[in-house]
Each structure stands twice: as structure tokens, then as C-alpha cells.
Design a protein around this ligand. Structure first.
Ligand code: ATP
Length: 258
């Protein structure tokens, strides 16, 4: 599903968050949005989800102005947001039951999706009985089971440790390759953006505007991002991280204690 932002401006009262944002995301493209905290990345995602509306301009999905949420555009948050009183299987099945699929068939498919995210054997566990990484695998299964055309990912692995995050990125990459939704990913993790995305947009501080766009192309990538070292350096520099100065010295220069 193609997404288009046409002169999108968003303010909350006096706070100008996004100014005249223009961009087209083609069907099946994976675009990462990176930028300083509070610049408006999540707000852009929420407008695609139909949860918020531009103050001016329009966001289109397949040439139709987005005015409200739709199951074909799914949002995945950092917090897994699973229902604690339901098992993993029931949580995943719910996404189909919401779309009026019969319960038995929904649960059968939910079991298959839990297998796909390597949670076979944990179908009848409750969210509090599994790890944070497992809950997020479950959240991915729940997001993908209804086969949305647009997947909106808001810091999906932000709450996980670095190793678990890398494993989950690989799981997500496999699901995206198999299902081919259009993906918009908001992340603070530059390596996550480079690993998953076909294109990376780097935003300025508020009001957010695009500082640079990096076209990576839809090529197979591994976690060894050596081939992208130059782009990585450029993105970090745009975000105000000096790649020539050791991290501890930068923190100290900003007045933080070691
Ligand atoms: N519903 C709202 N009402 C008022 N202000 C809001 C609302 N949603 C977001 N904002 C403000 O808009 C700005 C952008 O928020 P947003 O969450 O989009 O930033 P972000 O780039 O995703 O930040 P982060 O990277 O820290 O998650 C922030 O200053 C935030 O306080």
C-alpha cells in the first residue's frame, strides 16, 4: 500500500511539531524515521494510523485521505500491550476475532503464528509467565496475523536488551520479507534503521523537517553493517553524535557525569 504525505503540518496548540512534510512511501517499502527525541516521529506514525490528524495537509493511503484507524494499518508499540488475562494464543487470535473470523479458526492460525515467531509450546502461557522478548515476539505475531498492508512500528524493541533486540530484529525482518507490508519504523537505534530499512529519513529538531534521506535499497543485509559504515557515520553526525570523540568524553562535554 502506497503512503503519501502532502505538505503535512502538525501543531499542538502553539507547539509546531511538523512543518510541510512531503514524502511518498511506495508499496512494500521499508522506511525508518530517526531524529532527536520529541521531534515528531511518533506523531507522523499516528497520523498514518489515523489516530491523529494533520493541522494542515493530507496523509494518503492508496490515494485515499486517511481519516480514521483501519485494520489494514497496524501500529506496534514499544510496550507489548498484550491483555494480561489472556494466554499468548488468545491474544494473537483476538486480532482475527476482531475482524469477525470464527474463534476456532482464529486460534488455529494463532498457534501457527506463534510457531513462526518461535513461541511454539508457549501458546497457553500468560504474558507475565514469559520474558519481555517473548512478549514482543507475541506482539509481532498478533500484528502480522491479520496481514495488514501497512505496519507502523514505534520503537518496537526499545524496551529490550541489546542482544534480545538483535534477535527480534531478525525475526521481524523474516516476517517482513515473507509478508511484504509497507513498513514505517520509528527508532532511536541507527543500526536498527540501517539493518531493517530500504530508506532512512533523518529529521531535525522540532519543528521536524527532513535533514537527509539515505537510500539503502532493498538488499539482503546482515547485522554486520560494515558496508554501511559511511552512512552510519553520516546519520550519527546529523544527530549531533561526534563519531571521532569517545562516547564518555562527549557525555562529559555535555555536562553529564561519567
Ligand atoms: N497529543 C498530544 N498533545 C500535545 N502534545 C503532543 C501530543 N502528542 C505529542 N505531543 C508533543 O509533540 C512533540 C512530538 O512528539 P512525538 O511523540 O511525536 O516525538 P518523537 O519524535 O516520537 O519523540 P521520541 O523520540 O522521544 O519518542 C512532543 O513535544 C510532544 O510533547
Amino acid at each position: 500500500m502506497k503512503l503519501q504525505f502532502e505538505q503535512v503540518t502538525k501543531s499542538f496548540g502553539d507547539l509546531n511539531v511538523i512543518e510541510r512534510f512531503d514524502n511518498t512511501i511506495v508499496d512494500g517499502e521499508i522506511v525508518a524515521l530517526v531524529g532527536p527525541s520529541g521531534c515528531g516521529k511518533s506523531t507522523l506514525l499516528h497520523m498514518v494510523a489515523g489516530l491523529q490528524h494533520p493541522t494542515q495537509g493530507t496523509v494518503y493511503a492508496e490515494e485515499q485521505a486517511i481519516s480514521q484507524p483501519a485494520p489494514e494499518r497496524t501500529l506496534v508499540f514499544q510496550e507489548h500491550a498484550l491483555y494480561p488475562w489472556m494466554t499468548l494464543k488468545e491474544n494473537v487470535a483476538l486480532a482475527l476475532e476482531f475482524q469477525d473470523h470464527p474463534a476456532v479458526e482464529s486460534r488455529r492460525q494463532a498457534s501457527q503464528w506463534l510457531e513462526r515467531v518461535k513461541l511454539g509450546g508457549f501458546e497457553d502461557y500468560y504474558p507475565h509467565q514469559v520474558s519481555g522478548g517473548m512478549r514482543q515476539r507475541c506482539a509481532l505475531a498478533r500484528a502480522f496475523i491479520a496481514r495488514p498492508k501497512v505496519m507502523l512500528l514505534d520503537e518496537p524493541f526499545g524496551a529490550l536488551d541489546a542482544l534480545t533486540r538483535m534477535t527480534l530484529q531478525s525475526v521481524l525482518k523474516e516476517l517482513i520479507e515473507a509478508e511484504r507490508p509497507t513498513v514505517v519504523l520509528v527508532t532511536h537505534d541507527v543500526d536498527e534503521a540501517l539493518y531493517l530499512a530500504d530508506r532512512v529519513l533523518v529529521f531535525s529538531d522540532r519543528p521536524a523537517r527532513v535533514l537527509r534521506e539515505f537510500e539503502l535499497g532493498h538488499i539482503p543485509k546482515t547485522h554486520d553493517l560494515l558496508a554501511f559504515a559511511d552512512i552510519r557515520r553520516e546519520v550519527l553526525t546529523l544527530l549531533g553524535i561526534d563519531t571521532d570523540v569517545p562516547a564518555t568524553e562527549q557525555h562529559l562535554a555535555k555536562g553529564e557525569t561519567a
